[in-house]
Every structure is written in C-alpha cells, then in structure tokens.
Design a protein around this ligand. Structure first.
Ligand code: OGA
Ligand code: NI
Length: 355
C-alpha cells in the first residue's frame, strides 16, 4: 500500500492544512470555519424535506434481484444502501468504539498520530481542505493497511486492540467491495476478463477513513465536509446510527439527506467507476453538514485498482455505439489520477474528458 501513499508525496501540505482545531475548546464557530451562507439553501440546509420524501434505495444483498437493483441504483443515482452485507454488527460496533476511543482523546494526544506533510495516513483535516478558503468542522484518521505506526505513538501499551479491529474491518470491507464490484460488472454484462479482474484485485489500493464531526455551536455557518466526489471505484460508508448529516446532490432536486439506516452500509460510485462505466454511473457529489446536538462518527472505506492500473472506459461499453470516438475519457493510471485529483480536485475529471 506504500505505493498509494507515494502518489501523495508530490503534493506536500502545509501544517495548517493538517492540524484540526481543538473542537473541545471552542464555544462559537471561529471566522476561519465560518462559511458564507447562500440564499438558495440556508433555511432548508439541515433537512431538505421538500415534501417529496426522497430516499436512497436500500438493497438486500441476499435478494435474487440484488444485481439488477444495485446496477440500476448506480446508473440512476450513483449511491445506494446495502443490508445483509455480511459484516457482523459486532465488528461495526467495535470499529465505532475504537474510533470513539481515538477521537475523544485530548487534542495533544491525537496529534501524536498526525499525518506527515507528504504522508497519506494518520490524523488530520480533510485532504480537500486546501481547495477551500474556510476550514471544515471535521477531523479524520486515515489508514492504509495496519495503523500500527500511528497507534503505537498514541497508545504505547494499548494499541493492539485498535490495530486488530481496524485490520479485521479492512479485510472484510475488501471482500465486500469485491463482491459489489463483481455484481456491478455482471449488471454491465462485462466479463471479469474484460477488465483484467485478477490484476485489479491482486493489489487493490484501499484506504480506511475514520471521520469525526464534533458538535457544532452553529451548524448553519459550518461545513462538515465540503462538496466533493470520491476518487476511487467504490466507497462503503458506515454511519453511526443516530447521526445524520450526509447529503448527496441530485440533479433537479438539490441536496438530499442520506439518513442512516440501522445495520445498513452506504455504497457510492467514485470517479474511477464513473470513468470505467464511460459516465453511465455518476460519481455522486456529496457533503456533510454538522449538527448542534450530536457528535457524528463515520467510517469510510475506499476501494480502487492498483496504482499502475490504467483506468479508462471499458472497451466493451464504448464499442456498443459502433463509433471509435465513443469513449468519453482518456485512460490514465491510478497513480496519475490520484495525483491529478490532489492538485486539481473537481477539475481532475474534466482534464481527462474527451471533448
Ligand atoms: C468521505 C465522505 C461522508 C461522511 O469520507 O469521503 O464523504 O458522512 N464521508 O462522513
Ligand atoms: Ni466522500
């Protein structure tokens, strides 16, 4: 996994873009974290319950229609929830409790796990922060494989459990990602051979991200996570059951909340699946709004191909139109795309779009 970290080393960040503020010590939203409010969204920003109670589809993975439903949801929205996903609820509780164990530490203890300026793993603010002139109401902890190096700094004698749980969770998330991708390929009528599936799986780039959105004195001014799309193929998100805040942007509807559903995991399409599907699946734009009453915790797992894998529209999809130029994107290696995104954020997709 060190190779993925390598893709970030060329865009080192200044410390102000790494160290979160000490949320325990602030009683109001500081200027640095106060986002301008736009008229079109301010009063409804929190819930957006505009009459039509739109919700993200929930798919039972044991259902005989699961493939059709998952594929359809990817196509229409780029996001869905899954139940009967096979991740034990005890493991979900454990990963949450280890995440709480970390985020409830005092700021001076958390910074012992601080991400290094050119690093990809450890404690810090969101990687997209430099693209915005205000800071987000968020702190995160990123892992790629074993978190041992950082965990040992934080708990010299008590790191084992944290590492065990995080490693176990990543193993299970990887298996679930593979299962979901296999379903999606089947929906597209693409054989595993067409996408070099064994190689795609062999050295997949993956990351686990713990997100903490502390209680906010004035959520109307603050932004938990600014609008973005995820970079890799798929993201699987666990939200602690009582805390909403995630919203997805839907054409013609605006911001739609993704309410946590007990026991369900949220799955969304990322840029690389958008590219491979030749834009058939949208890479859904999403953001997080903090809450005044609840400290929200989420656990995101990102799954992508190996760093040297060429991501481009799947040949069999572009051929269907019978036109040579039907591909909407040029092909790019995972490493180059990750780097392009780290430097350009939402412009990265248009940089590889074929006009
Ligand atoms: C992310 C993300 C959403 C959430 O980590 O990329 O979009 O609800 N998280 O924490
Ligand atoms: Ni995201």
């Amino acid at each position: 996994m060190a190779t993925l970290s390598g893709a970030y080393t060329e865009t080192p960040l200044h410390l102000q873009y790494i160290i979160p503020i000490d949320f325990d010590s602030v009683e109001e939203v500081p200027q640095s974290h106060s986002w301008p409010q736009s008229d079109d969204e301010s009063p409804r920003r929190m819930f957006n319950l505009d009459g039509d109670h739109f919700s993200i589809p929930a798919i039972d993975l044991d259902s005989p229609d699961a493939i059709e439903m998952a594929g359809h949801a990817c196509k229409i929205m780029g996001i869905f929830q899954v139940t009967n996903h096979g991740i034990p609820s005890s493991l979900l509780r454990e990963v949450e409790s280890q995440a709480w164990r970390f985020f409830t530490l005092p700021a001076r203890a958390k910074v012992k796990a601080l991400r290094s300026p050119s690093g990809a793993t450890g404690y810090g603010i969101a990687r997209i922060a430099p693209f915005f002139n205000k800071f987000m109401w968020h702190e995160g902890f990123t892992m790629m494989g074993s978190p041992l190096e950082h965990a040992r700094e934080v708990w010299p004698h008590g790191y084992r459990k944290f590492c065990e749980v995080m490693e176990d969770y990543q193993d299970k998330m990887k298996a679930l990602s593979e299962r979901l991708l296999a379903m999606i390929l089947k929906y597209l009528g693409i054989s595993e051979h067409d996408v070099d599936w064994p190689r795609l799986r062999s050295n997949a780039c993956t990351a686990l991200q713990l997100n903490s959105y502390p209680r906010c004195p004035d959520p109307r001014q603050a932004m938990g996570l600014a609008p973005h799309t995820d970079t890799f193929l798929l993201t699987i998100l666990h939200q602690n059951h009582s805390a909403h805040g995630l919203q997805v942007h839907m054409e013609g509807r605006g911001w739609v909340p993704v309410f946590p559903m007990n026991g369900a995991l949220v799955v969304n399409v990322g840029d690389m699946l958008h590219i491979m599907s030749n834009a058939m699946f949208p890479s859904v734009v999403h953001r997080v709004i903090p809450s005044e009453n609840t400290h929200r915790l989420t656990v995101g797992y990102f799954y992508g191909p190996p760093t040297d894998f060429h991501v481009g529209p799947i040949h069999e999809l572009t051929q269907a139109s019978g036109r040579e130029d039907a591909a909407r994107f040029r092909s790019i290696t995972v490493k180059d795309y990750v780097q392009m995104k780290a430097e350009n954020l939402e412009k990265a997709l248009s940089m590889i779009r074929i006009k």
